[in-house]
Design a protein around this ligand. Structure first.
Ligand SMILES: *[C@@H]1O[C@H](CO)[C@@H](O)[C@H](O)[C@H]1NC(C)=O
Ligand SMILES: *[C@@H]1O[C@H](CO)[C@@H](O)[C@H](O)[C@H]1NC(C)=O
Ligand SMILES: *[C@@H]1O[C@H](CO)[C@@H](O)[C@H](O)[C@H]1NC(C)=O
Length: 616
């Protein structure tokens, strides 16, 4: 993860970044910071390129990276494939070599189309006086922009802050609709009017000449316009288009009639030969996606040799014990070297007293002995119990399954317990700035839950004793993308009920299309704040292509009961990987599973603007 920032301005004074923004950028890239200022020839423009690097692989490559011609690259990404990067080479260096060898837009777009992996970038093409920028197809890395008619005409940054710079100024996420080009020569001759060209992503079956970007450029200030590029150049989408086929055969997945589902039902389905093949293939692509993400790691060799320490995990997983995170854990276990622990990060928000009482009242309807006597450890017990949220309980059960499947592995189940006070303090100090410019109640809940989980400070079992544990893993795997692609949310059932297969397919296509603006930019900013990198195996290009080419009824069968029908294909994969009860857990959204949503006003709607995110 890196923090990158570029400011284009007419006045040298305004090239100074706000402290808060600077600090947020440094959090993302604590290993090396460097600024480069350029004056654009024959114009009054000054550009600041500010880079803050987190060293992930190979040796440290400071940025902004410059070539002999003066081209300059800010790269916040990982090349997991598409371009050849040798084991001793650095992807930033390789990418700049490719970019600077290109003379025109076609060349630049073809290089970017080839990259597999998450990225956001800014590239200054010196000969053309152009600034290129953008995010990968899914928007897995954050990039914000701020457009202004006055001195500072354009600011791009990985992360901003919610303190307003001046009244009308506003940050927005750069839409992951393509890459963009700002021609500074052209800008200099049309003062007060900013034109940015877009080079949109197209999928293979789009007819390029017929394609107009169907993105609506919301909230753009009036002096700025985004125009399709005049040369008619496009980026090739890295994934195949979604299979929109609707004509499902009758009951393609057998005859599971029982309203009460069981593992035997899954086993039955797994026996059908057409399922076996798909499940095997899914495990294969997902396993490879996880391998790429756990094996490209910071080299700790030197550190380990010096300190003699080797018992710290390099890989952490946001872990609820649900099927998405369980599968990631099982696959990570295949590829992380045997002697290394894996951190399972499990976050819980404290239940309020009254809520706890109603909870235990419910449970206590079944008389239980141990609660009637005062236990000597009652107090401790009570203290932990107020963090026994649903995800904690499924998390512990998941841990037991993992220990059973891979007993040699050291699994660190990190119990991260957050009190209302700490939530309030950190939201105010840090999280609200990271979530910005997103602003709903849901953004607040997920943003806070992911921030605390990824920070990785909690307790874990060590020799039968709970001890403080701080996860130092720089790579954090998350299960984002599984529900969107395999119909895991309850709204998918609603849609299926009302509009059938057609409605469901459209819903899934729409959700995958907006995942950058709904989730990924935010999650990247929130995880990156800890100097860690969020990686999303379910959004690997090969995984998405595999799932996209399947008709929807092979991914989910919403005529089957909850806990089975949604994400059916993934459940079959879980079963095949040897998982038991976790394979049939119904989906529970993180804001409910961690109980953060319960801490706040229960009458809020998830889509309401969240007042708690507003900072003075
Ligand atoms: C290249 O160097 C940067 C900065 O040190 C680092 O973040 C990145 O992971 C490196 N990439 C490779 C492939 O070595
Ligand atoms: C622990 O909880 C029980 C009821 O669940 C309560 O009666 C008891 O007073 C609590 N003990 C402490 C020390 O809080
Ligand atoms: C979509 O799925 C159907 C049914 O399996 C299949 O026949 C068709 O080839 C698929 N289409 C694409 C583009 O993969």
């Amino acid at each position: 993860m890196c923090g990158i920032c570029c400011v284009v301005s007419l006045s040298p004074q305004s090239l100074v970044l706000a402290d808060r923004v600077q600090k947020n950028l440094i959090n993302r890239g604590p290993d090396n910071s460097q600024d480069v200022t350029r004056t654009v020839i024959n114009t009054d423009f000054k550009c600041l390129f500010s880079a803050h690097v987190l060293q992930m692989r190979g040796c440290l490559t400071p940025q902004p990276l410059q070539d002999s011609a003066g081209n300059l690259l800010l790269w916040n990404g990982e090349v997991f494939g598409g371009l050849e990067v040798g084991p001793e080479e650095n992807d930033t260096v390789v990418l700049l070599e490719h970019l600077s060898a290109q003379e025109d837009a076609t060349g630049i777009c073809s290089v970017l189309s080839r990259v597999r992996g998450p990225w956001a970038f800014v590239y200054y093409q010196v000969a053309e006086h152009c600034i290129w920028f953008g995010r990968d197809y899914f928007g897995r890395r954050s990039l914000l922009w701020h457009l202004d008619p006055e001195d500072v005409i354009l600011t791009l940054t990985s992360v901003a802050s919610c303190l307003l710079i001046c009244d009308q100024s506003q940050w927005h996420e750069v839409p992951a609709a393509g890459v963009y080009r700002l021609d500074l020569k052209d800008c200099a001759s049309h003062r007060k009017k900013l034109t940015i060209e877009v080079f949109p992503w197209v999928t293979t079956d789009d007819h390029p000449t017929a394609h107009t970007p169907d993105y609506t450029w919301e909230d753009l200030p009036t002096y700025a316009t985004i125009v399709p590029n005049l040369c008619g150049v496009f980026l090739q989408s890295p994934v195949c288009p979604m299979n929109m086929s609707m004509s499902a055969p009758e009951r393609p997945l057998g005859n599971v009639q029982s309203p009460k589902l069981s593992l035997e039902d899954l086993e039955e389905l797994l026996k059908q030969s057409e399922n076996v093949e798909k499940v095997t293939k899914l495990i294969e692509v997902l396993s490879e996606a996880v391998r790429r993400r756990v094996q490209s790691l910071p080299s700790r060799r030197l550190f380990v040799e010096q300190s003699g320490l080797n018992n710290e995990a390099d890989i952490a997983i946001l872990f609820s014990g649900g099927i998405d995170s369980m599968i990631l854990a099982v696959l990570a276990d295949r590829h992380v070297s045997a002697g290394k622990p894996i951190d399972l990060l499990n976050v819980a928000f404290k239940l309020q007293e009254t809520k706890m009482q109603t909870q235990s009242a419910k449970k206590d309807r079944m008389p239980k002995k141990d609660q009637t006597d005062e236990h000597p450890k009652q107090r401790d017990h009570n203290l932990t119990r107020c963090f026994d949220v649903p995800d904690r309980i499924t998390g512990r059960a998941g841990l037991i399954e993992l220990q059973h499947l891979s007993p040699e592995r050291q699994w660190n189940f990190v119990e991260i317990n957050i009190t209302p006070d700490e939530l309030k303090r950190m939201r105010q100090e840090r999280i609200s700035h990271l979530v910005h410019p997103l602003d709903t109640v849901l953004d607040d809940s997920i943003g806070c839950a992911v921030w605390f989980a990824a920070r990785g400070i909690g307790m874990s079992m060590d020799c039968a004793e709970q001890k403080p544990h701080t996860s130092t893993a720089k790579v954090v795997l998350t299960g984002i993308g599984a529900d969107e692609q395999l119909a895991g949310y309850s709204r998918h059932r609603v849609r299926f009920k009302s509009d059938g297969m057609e409605g469901l397919v459209k819903e899934l296509a729409m959700e995958l299309g907006r995942i950058s603006s709904r989730n990924l930019g935010r999650d990247d900013r929130v995880i990156g704040d800890h100097g860690k990198e969020g990686r999303f195996p379910y959004l690997d290009e090969d995984v998405v292509s595999f799932l996209n080419q399947l008709p929807v009824w092979e991914k989910a069968d919403l005529t089957l009961p909850r806990g089975l029908g949604e994400k059916l294909l993934l459940r079959l994969a879980a079963k095949k990987l040897g998982l038991g009860p976790a394979a049939i857990l119904p989906k529970r959204a993180m804001q409910f599973g961690s109980r953060i949503a319960k801490m706040e006003n229960g009458r809020e709607k998830a889509s309401d603007k969240c007042k708690r995110l507003v900072t003075e």
